[in-house]
Write a protein that binds this ligand. Structure first.
Ligand code: NAG
Length: 321
C-alpha cells in the first residue's frame, strides 16, 4: 500500500514538474486551435501565427500569468490521470490476463497468471486506465481550456471569467448542470486512448528498427531517438481528437450537437488541415514529456533488473519475456 502511495506522489510530482515547464505551449496550442473556428481560411483573422509568435505575444501582453493560465487545473488533471492509471492498471491487467490467457497458460498457477507480463495486454491495460482517467479528469480539462483561452488582449473563444478551478466548476455546474461539466468527455477519452495505445508500441518498434537498420547499441542515444519518434507519432494521432476536444470545451452546447458534428463542420469549412491547427505547439509540449517519461522508464527498468539479478539472484531467463 505504502509503495502505491509512494509512486502516486512521486509520479504526480514528476508529472506536475513536466506540466509546469510545457504549460505555455499548451496555452498557445488552445488559442491556435480555436482561432478561425468555422471560418473560411481567407476570412479568418490570424492573431496567433505559430508557436513562437504565440508565446511571444502572450508574454508581451499578459506576462507569465497569461502563459500559465489554468496551471492549477492542469495539476489537478494530472493527479487525477495518474491516480487512475496507478489504481486501475493492475486490476485491469490481472482481469485481462485471467480472461484471455487462461487457455494458453492453463498449466500456470493462478498466482503466476496474475504476475504474467504480456505486452499487448499491458498496453491495453495502460490505454484503458488512461481512458478512465481522462473521463474522470475531463471537467478539469474543460475549465483549464476555458481559462487558457481567456485573454484581455487577444481573445479567442468564449470568454469565461473563472477565478480558479473550483470557481470554474461551480459556475459551470450552476449554469449548465452536470451535463455541462462533462461536455467534451468523448473526444477527451478518444484522445487519451489514441495517445496511450500508440506510445509504447511505436517506441519499441523504433528501437528495434534503429538497432537493426543502423546498428545502434542499447543506450541513452537510442532511447532518445526512439522516444522522439514515439512522441511524434503520439502527437500525430492525438492531435485531431484534441482539436475537436478544445472546440467542444469552448462551446456551451449551442454550437455542435456532437464531437462528430464538430469534426465534420470543421473539416467542411476550414479544410482537412484544420484538425492540425496548433500541431507544433502540441509537439513542443509532447516531445519533452515523452522523451523524459520513456528514458526515465528505461533507467528504472534497468535498475530493477540489476536489483533482481544481484539482490534476489533471479537470472533473466527464468522470468519469462
Ligand atoms: C466558441 O463557442 C462559442 C459558442 O459557445 C461560439 O460562438 C464560438 O464561435 C466558438 N469559437 C470561438 C473561436 O469563439
Amino acid at each position: 500500500m505504502s509503495t502505491t502511495i509512494g509512486s502516486f506522489i512521486a509520479g504526480g510530482i514528476a508529472a506536475c514538474g513536466a506540466v509546469t515547464v510545457t504549460h505555455s505551449f499548451e496555452t498557445v496550442k488552445i488559442r491556435l486551435q480555436l482561432q478561425g473556428e468555422l471560418q473560411a481560411k481567407k476570412d479568418a483573422p490570424k492573431m496567433y501565427r505559430g508557436v513562437l509568435h504565440g508565446v511571444n505575444v502572450i508574454y508581451k501582453n499578459e506576462g507569465m500569468k497569461g502563459l500559465l493560465r489554468g496551471l492549477s487545473c492542469a495539476y489537478i488533471y494530472q493527479m487525477t490521470l495518474n491516480g487512475c492509471r496507478l489504481g486501475f492498471y493492475d486490476p485491469i491487467r490481472r482481469s485481462l490476463n485471467s480472461l484471455l490467457l487462461e487457455h494458453d497458460i492453463s498449466h500456470m498457477s493462478s498466482d503466476r497468471i496474475k504476475t504474467y507480463q504480456s505486452l499487448p495486454i499491458n498496453i491495453a491495460s495502460g490505454a484503458s486506465s488512461g481512458i478512465l482517467g481522462a473521463a474522470a479528469g475531463s471537467p478539469f480539462f474543460l475549465v483549464k481550456t476555458r481559462l487558457q483561452s481567456y485573454s484581455p488582449f487577444l481573445p479567442v473563444g468564449t470568454q469565461h471569467q473563472y477565478r480558479n478551478a473550483w470557481d470554474g466548476l461551480g459556475q459551470i455546474y450552476k449554469s449548465e448542470g452536470v451535463k455541462g461539466l462533462y461536455r467534451g468527455i468523448w473526444p477527451a477519452m478518444i484522445r487519451t486512448g489514441f495517445g496511450s495505445s500508440v506510445q509504447l508500441p511505436t517506441y519499441f518498434l523504433a528501437k528495434r528498427r534503429l538497432q537493426s537498420w543502423f546498428g545502434l547499441e542499447d543506450g541513452a542515444p537510442l532511447h532518445l531517438m526512439s522516444s522522439t519518434a514515439s512522441g511524434f507519432v503520439v502527437c500525430v494521432v492525438m492531435h485531431p481528437p484534441d482539436t475537436v476536444m478544445s472546440r467542444m470545451y469552448n462551446q456551451t452546447g449551442n454550437l455542435y450537437s456532437s464531437a462528430f458534428d464538430c469534426l465534420y463542420r470543421t473539416v467542411k469549412t476550414e479544410g482537412v488541415l484544420a484538425v492540425y491547427k496548433g500541431f507544433f505547439a502540441h509537439l513542443a509540449r509532447i516531445l519533452p514529456h515523452t522523451i523524459l517519461t520513456l528514458s526515465l522508464a528505461e533507467q528504472t527498468n534497468k535498475l530493477m533488473r540489476r536489483f533482481e539479478e544481484n539482490a534476489l539472484g533471479i537470472p533473466d531467463k527464468l522470468k519469462g519475456a
